[in-house]
Every structure is written in C-alpha cells, then in structure tokens.
Design a binder for this molecule. Structure first.
Ligand SMILES: C[S@@+](CC[C@H](N)C(=O)[O-])C[C@H]1O[C@@H](n2cnc3c(N)ncnc32)[C@H](O)[C@@H]1O
Length: 461
C-alpha cells in the first residue's frame, strides 16, 4: 500500500510544499498497520492473549448521568464501564473498598458511592480534586437553600476581577466577561455560616467552573484552543449557570430519594501525587484510567477553571504542577534533562523501544521532541512509581484494573497496556485478563489502528 500511494498519487520528492512532518507521515512504514499485529511478540513473551471485548469506555455518556454530568471534563471514562466492573467483581469481596489513584473528575468514586461502596481517590490537579470531592460529598445538601443562594448570586452586583495572568479580554466577549465577574463576585460575597452553606458554596463554584469554557471564545476538543467561528450571546453565562444549578438540584433530589441509604457512604479524594500519597487503609479494587502517554496536558487544558477558582495564580504555578504529573509529551525540557540523570525504572522492552525511537528520529531528520525516548521512559518510570505505591495497599486477592491506550511514536509501536501489565507482574501481581475495548486511530499516522485495553491484574490471595 505504501508503494502504491507513492507511485500513483504523487511523487513525494517533487511535492516540495509538503512539510517535513507530513512527508514523514506519508512515508511511514506504519501506514495501514495495526497495534494488534505489532503487539504479538510482546503478548507471546507475556504468555497472554488479547481478548476482544468491545465496550463503551469513554466519558461522553456520562454527560447525561446524574452527578457525573456536573463537570464537563472529557478525559474521564464512562460510568457504565465502572458500573460493569463493580458488578463483575464486587461479590468476590465483602463490601469492597475502591481506589482510583488518578481520580480526575471522580467517575469511579461517584459510581462506587452509587453502589454503597466506600472509595478513595488521589488527584494531583487541585481543580479536579475539588470537583471530585464536591461530587461525592454534597449529596445531602438542602435543595431549597441551594436555589435560594444561587438566586442571590444571579442577582449580585458585586464584581470579582478576572484572573490577572490570563488573557480574559481575548478569551471572553466584554459583556460575557462582565456577567462572569458578577457571578463570581456573588459567590465570593456569600460567606458560609455552617457546614451546609460551605457545601452550597462549593456546589456553586463547581457550577461556575463548569460553564466557563462554554461561555468563552474557546473550545476543548479535547485540547483547549480558540474557536474562531463560535459566537457567545451576552447572557450565556447567566443561562448556563441557572441550567447547571437546576441540573445539580435535580440530581441531588435523585440522590436524596433513590440513593438515600448511600448518602453517608464514605468517599474521599486525597490531593497529592499518587507516586507518593495513598490512603492509610487497604483497598480491594483499584479501578483507574491513567494519563495516556502522548495524551493531554491535565494542567494547561484546565487553566481557565483553575485560575478563576484560585487554584493557580500564575503560569509558573501551573508549570510547577505540570512537572509533578505523570509525564505528557509537552513537558518541559529541563524536567526531562534532570530525569536522564536519575536512576529510573527500566526493563528490556523499554530499552529496545527507546533505541528504536532514537533511530527513527535520526532517520526522519526532524521530530517535534528530540528527547522523545526519555519522555517515553519517564512515562513508564512515573507509572511504575504510582503502581508500586498503590499495590502496597491492595489487599491479597484484590484487583488492579487499568483502562489505557497504546501509542505510535516516531513510527515505533509502544504497547502501553502490555508494558503496564508487565510492570504489574514485576510488582507481584498476576495478569488475569487483557481485553481490547475499542480501536482508535493514531494521531500521527491516521491509517494505523491503535487500541484501548482493560488490563486486569490480581494480587495473590
Ligand atoms: C485520564 S484522567 C482520569 C480521569 C478520571 N478517570 C475521570 O473519570 O475523571 C488522569 C488523571 O490523572 C491525574 N494525574 C496525573 N498525574 C498524577 C499524579 N502523579 N498523581 C495524581 N494524579 C495525577 C490528572 O490530573 C488526571 O486528572
């Protein structure tokens, strides 16, 4: 097929307008390839098979699910997947304790609570930790009082300044910005007298954060960027805020009536780095979706909400936080340089993959990051640290279930799922099952088929 494309469509050497990147993509030996083929040697070495188990694992369906829909942060995974996983395994344990070391917006914890199961989360981004915490700890909030305070906020004339380090005048139209400053001013002017009022304030802040991008000239698709054709009406913030508060009120009513017996089920999201932080209790089911290797920047993508809610006062703050996260591919070069001097985790697969990536980058002559081999290495070192940390509190017989996607980097296939399964083995877990949940296209070579896998690891009883 490669040959065919080159001969019949165009002669690449004469198409001078092609960028170097595009040329490399068109010449890629991975055109029309697929991950399942490239993963075979790794699977053989693990002595495992990849089971086909198509299922919905993305966040999208959550946008119509009670409580999950409070926050529009698309990188989560589906509540339905968490539910199926809980149903599959919960009866093997006596009231299992659930943990998500990459809690994000709290999908696992919300779903565990909806099943009356105690849960823990760990999350490093303070905005997401806040969102997850509010989603699990506000179910008893009196609905009438919430509406009453929301109305005060909607009628408020107090103005709060937009975050000084953001380009708010470019991000929002002038009247929209004024409404947002008023809404935030109204929330800031509400001083909670007790625990109930504190929960109400948190819910209103969550509602406010959730409407910011929709009210802006930006879109998250999934990375944050300007949307030149988007037109936002002046009163959009007021309408969206009212709608969101109504939605929260409806869901609280659902929880208070249909889930009344679970209102006090404990759920806690720890703010911290899951390479070091963990609950001081044993867990039975770790269910998680880690950052994907060539995926998103979980700080810059949320900078608008973080800044407006006071979770970042400067770009410097955000960069500092980003450097603590499991690495993504636009991490700072200095962080990667200092990583290269450390003594990281490694294994034979990683060493070969790194060498291949370095060779391919050299062959291409240009690549967006020359230090890509070390970025890939750091990703697995970070993941090793997280897994080592939380496996310590996994009860014997407990399961560690990861949903993760693989990658194609500089024409080298990186079987993230299988490398994490191997790390699990090295940490004393058994590989119980590897299920291919769905196919996805590579961002670089669109005709190459990657996959998303559910990796189930188990600690011996
Ligand atoms: C794929 S998202 C998880 C989404 C989550 N399952 C949900 O449904 O919202 C990965 C999360 O890991 C967090 N994260 C990245 N590195 C971390 C670290 N070292 N410690 C704790 N959380 C981290 C990111 O901020 C992000 O929220």
């Amino acid at each position: 097929m490669n040959h065919l494309i080159q001969e019949t469509l165009f002669d690449l050497t004469t198409v001078t307008k092609l960028t170097a990147r595009r040329r490399n993509v068109l010449r890629s030996p991975k055109q029309h390839g697929n991950a399942d083929e490239d993963a075979r040697p790794y699977l053989a070495e693990l002595g495992q098979e990849l089971i086909s188990a198509p299922q919905a694992i993305q966040f999208q369906p959550n946008t119509s699910e009670p409580v999950h829909r409070w926050s529009p942060y698309v990188q989560g995974f589906s509540a339905g997947f968490v539910q199926r996983t809980l149903e599959r395994y919960r009866h093997e344990y006596e009231r299992p304790v659930v943990l998500d070391p990459f809690a994000g917006s709290g999908t696992v914890l919300v779903q565990a609570k909806m099943n009356g199961l105690p849960s823990w989360g760990i999350e490093l981004n303070p905005l997401l930790q806040f969102v997850g915490r509010v989603k699990v700890n506000s179910w008893k909030t009196p609905i009438e009082r919430l509406i009453e305070v929301a109305n005060q906020v909607l009628n408020s004339q107090t103005l709060t300044d937009a975050p000084p380090f953001l380009k708010s005048e470019t991000q929002f139209r002038p009247k929209v910005l004024l409404h947002l400053r008023r809404l935030k001013g109204g929330i800031d002017a509400f001083h909670p007298a007790d625990e109930v009022d504190s929960q109400i304030k948190d819910l209103l802040l969550l509602a406010f954060a959730s409407i910011l991008v929709d009210s802006s000239n930006l879109k998250r698709a999934p990375c944050l960027g300007y949307a030149p054709t988007k037109i936002v009406g002046d009163d959009v913030p007021l309408r969206l805020f009212s709608q969101k508060v109504r939605q929260i009120a409806d869901d609280l009513s659902f929880c208070q009536s249909r889930l009344a017996t679970y209102l006090d089920t404990p759920a806690e999201v720890l703010l911290g780095n899951s390479m070091q932080v963990r609950p001081d209790t044993l867990c039975d089911l770790i269910i998680t979706s880690p950052p994907y290797m060539n995926g998103l920047d979980y700080v810059m993508n949320y900078k608008i909400e973080m800044a407006w809610l006071g979770f970042g006062q400067s770009h410097r703050d955000l960069k500092y936080l980003k450097d603590q996260m499991v690495v993504c591919d636009n991490v700072s070069k200095s962080l990667i340089r200092s990583f290269e001097e450390a003594q990281p985790y490694t294994n034979s697969w990683l060493e070969t993959i790194k060498e291949q990536i370095a060779l391919h980058i050299q062959r291409r002559g240009t690549y967006r990051r020359q230090d890509m081999p070390s970025i890939v290495h750091k990703y697995f070192d970070d993941m090793y640290r997280v897994m080592r940390n939380v496996v310590e509190i996994l009860r014997p017989g407990g399961r560690f279930i990861l949903v993760v996607g693989d990658s194609l980097i500089a024409d080298v296939y990186v079987p993230t799922d299988l490398i994490l399964a191997r790390i699990g083995q090295e940490l004393g877990l058994q590989i119980e099952r590897l299920e291919k949940a769905r196919e996805r296209r590579s961002g670089q070579v669109r005709s190459y088929r990657l996959r998303e896998t559910v990796v189930t690891l188990r600690k011996d009883s």
